[in-house]
Design a protein around this ligand. Structure first.
Ligand SMILES: NC(=O)c1ccc[n+]([C@@H]2O[C@H](COP(=O)([O-])OP(=O)(O)OC[C@H]3O[C@@H](n4cnc5c(N)ncnc54)[C@H](OP(=O)(O)O)[C@@H]3O)[C@@H](O)[C@H]2O)c1
Length: 252
């Protein structure tokens, strides 16, 4: 039985990934802060044919990330795939006079990812197989106003993966950065919900294929690739004018 460890499995994309792996008979480490929801999801995982283990985990707690990673590798008797999915969105608090809001986002969405992944890497290296996955975002290519912390964090994890890839590749460890556009989950709030969205279930099915094939950076769904290209080719002054017109006020 293959083994996958997922952070942020209590909701949205993480939950959908867990259920998609359950259908394929995986042993699944379900982690998030809201443990009671994870226990409900673990029943669904079992019903679909997966073998769940539940762990309460805040990815900001580096020591707990280490102990939970070791506990999962003992419980599941190994590790194949680690998905650093947990993340938060939100406004930077640009005019708040404090760094509280933006730093909470930066801590969770960057350090939460390294806290999650680092404890597994020695085992993956020793066995010379496996995959680590981060859920970056289209926002790492096209930042939205008032969401600099989120965009910066999503670029940071993508760049960390770009740096690690050639080294980990030597040990047959895949490094997959997934960059979704809007997916219908609770993280998408307010006026942002007017954008077209894919379902978390469709997204998860596609992400499983992408992880299996060992893509490096995957932008989903495909029209965002064209949008990113257009933005890259747009003169900066025009782009700045346009984005100011479109998003004059905080969108969350
Ligand atoms: N939906 C989109 O449009 C979209 C687009 C691009 C990228 N993404 C990325 O996809 C990932 C999943 O987001 P989602 O859309 O599925 O949103 P979501 O439904 O809000 O799920 C976020 C998950 O992260 C967990 N989480 C948040 N802070 C945590 C912490 N400190 N420690 C542990 N777990 C934590 C939450 O669980 P608890 O609250 O129970 O801890 C929840 O399970 C995120 O990294 C997000 O940035 C989403």
């Amino acid at each position: 039985m293959k083994k996958v460890f997922i952070t942020g499995a209590s909701s949205g994309i993480g939950k959908a990934l867990a259920l998609a792996y359950a259908k394929r008979g995986f042993t699944i480490g379900l982690t998030a802060r809201r443990e009671e929801i994870l226990h409900e999801i673990s029943k669904e995982v079992e019903a679909l044919g997966g073998a769940p283990f539940v762990y309460q985990l805040d990815v900001n707690d580096a020591e707990k990330c280490k102990s939970v990673a070791n506990q999962f590798m003992a419980d599941a008797e190994g590790i194949d795939i680690v998905i650093a999915n947990a993340g938060i969105g939100g406004d930077d608090g640009l005019f708040s006079g404090t760094s509280d809001q933006i730093n909470t986002i930066l801590n969770t969405d960057i350090l939460g990812v390294t806290n999650t992944l680092m404890p597994f890497i020695p085992t993956l290296k020793a066995q010379k197989s496996g995959a680590i996955v981060c859920i970056s975002s289209v926002a790492s290519f096209i930042p939205l106003p008032f969401h600099g912390g989120y965009a910066g964090a999503k670029i940071a994890i993508r760049m960390i993966f770009d740096s690690w890839r050639p080294t980990l590749d030597k040990y047959n460890i895949k490094t997959v950065s997934i960059c979704p556009g809007f997916v219908d989950t609770p993280i998408v709030k307010g006026p942002a919900r007017r954008f077209p969205m894919k379902s978390a279930e469709d997204a998860a099915e596609r992400f499983l294929e992408v992880i299996d094939r060992g893509y490096s950076t995957y932008i989903y769904p495909w029209p965002y690739r064209i949008l990113i290209l257009i933005v890259r080719l747009t003169p900066e002054r025009f782009y700045n004018w346009l984005i100011k017109k479109m998003f004059g006020k905080p969108i969350q």
